[in-house]
Design a protein around this ligand. Structure first.
Ligand SMILES: Nc1ncnc2c1ncn2[C@@H]1O[C@H](COP(=O)(O)OP(=O)(O)OP(=O)(O)O)[C@@H](O)[C@H]1O
Ligand SMILES: [Mg+2]
Length: 361
């Protein structure tokens, strides 16, 4: 039987790949699992010859390339916006394991309209001066973040204090921001400008109810759950871990100096094992409901990294859904068989799709 051919569309500049460690591991997993897996960028596609220049990782970590036949299934791991990419992605050239998704603000709005998800959703509105005023009347803690951002950039936390308003966060280039305003007018003046200056491709900013995530004293700590399709095409929760933010940071992001930890080491320590088991169960229920809701609006998906907030009372909140999730957290926790599973599953699912496609044709 011939091997299934699976292409992984990525960003590449020369031999510099956007996520080299993960891509090497994917390439090796393909070999181990008996598939022809290669990486390619939009520039590697030869439409006329219906061939693609594909890259694989050699044992010493360097890359080799050759021409491959057309892939049966493509996994899209391209994480930067760009015209070349969009042209390919919106065409019908390939069949994808992960279909197209949307941005943070649109998905948040969609989730807010789902009654099944209501109990997990922090209140969120589009940024405006009047909206800010309204939200501050209801919540003493707010997050203001781009509706189409990632990586913790351009996110600020706003705290209502006795002396006025405190802002803590990071700019688009991840420079720290720490400001105080005595009056609402000053705060609004600064935020009006900031949300325009920091806007990504003219996207809107959102104002979100802030949740107290200081499970570890003085640090923003949240959970990241990975849910993936398996080799038989069904959703399964691969794992969950915690990110513990740096002291003085308003987000838990690893790039901002956050640390990885196991769920147990944080949640059990804080709430005891019984309550921790309940919280875990609720996080799983949240994740399963999320993928069900998403697939009722979009074409089939492959995996999601779900950022979940667990507040100091043990309540569970949805923070964000990532359609192209990183694996760094699972690698840093040090459970190598879990990390391996997070890498193998996309390949196994793509192999399942390729087999199914063959049976149908
Ligand atoms: N409403 C909120 N309440 C409390 N903390 C929040 C809230 N929104 C965001 N955060 C904190 O900020 C972090 C980053 O927010 P979010 O996930 O929305 O942005 P991001 O830029 O996509 O980050 P990443 O790409 O790392 O997932 C969260 O993981 C959480 O620690
Ligand atoms: Mg996030």
């Amino acid at each position: 039987m011939s091997k299934p051919i699976i292409g992984i569309m990525v960003h590449r500049k020369g031999l510099s790949f956007s996520e080299p460690k993960y891509f090497r591991d994917l390439s090796r997993a393909g070999e181990r699992l008996g598939a022809d897996v290669f990486l390619f960028s939009p520039a590697d596609i030869n439409l006329k010859a219906r061939q693609i220049r594909g890259f694989t990782a050699k044992d010493d970590g360097s890359w080799s390339h050759r021409m491959y036949p057309w892939p049966q299934i493509v996994i899209d791991r391209y994480r930067r916006p760009g015209n070349d990419y969009m042209k390919i992605r919106t065409s019908s050239l390939f069949r994808y394991a992960n279909n197209r998704f949307t941005n943070k603000w649109r998905i948040t709005r969609m989730f807010m309209q789902e009654s099944k998800l209501a109990r997990w959703m922090p209140e969120t509105i589009e940024y405006s001066g009047a909206g800010l005023n309204q939200m501050l009347k209801k919540h003493s803690l707010l997050y203001i973040k781009p509706g189409n951002g990632t990586g913790g950039s351009s996110i600020v936390r706003l705290k209502r204090t006795k002396a006025g308003y405190a802002i803590l966060g990071r700019s688009r280039t991840l420079t720290k921001i720490n400001r105080h305003f005595a009056s609402f007018a000053e705060l609004k003046g600064w935020l009006d400008q900031w949300t325009v200056k920091q806007s990504i491709r003219n996207g809107a900013f959102m104002i979100q109810q802030g949740v107290d995530l200081s499970l570890v004293e003085g640090r923003v700590t949240d959970a990241r759950l990975l849910i993936q399709k398996t080799e038989t095409g069904v959703w399964d929760i691969t794992g969950m871990g915690m990110r513990i933010g740096a002291v003085g940071s308003s987000t838990s992001n690893l790039h901002g100096g956050g640390k990885a930890a196991s769920f147990e080491s944080v949640v059990e320590k804080r709430f005891g094992s019984e309550k921790a088991a309940e919280i875990r169960k609720e996080c799983h229920e949240l994740a399963r409901t999320i993928v069900q809701v998403i697939e009722s609006h979009f074409d089939p998906m492959m995996e999601f990294g779900i950022d979940i907030g667990i507040d100091v009372q043990g309540r569970v909140w949805l923070i964000e859904v990532n359609p192209k999730p990183g694996r760094e957290l699972f690698k840093s926790i040090g459970d190598s068989s879990l990390y391996r599973k997070t890498v193998e599953r996309p390949i196994q699912y793509a192999m399942y799709l390729a087999r199914k496609q063959k049976q149908q044709s």
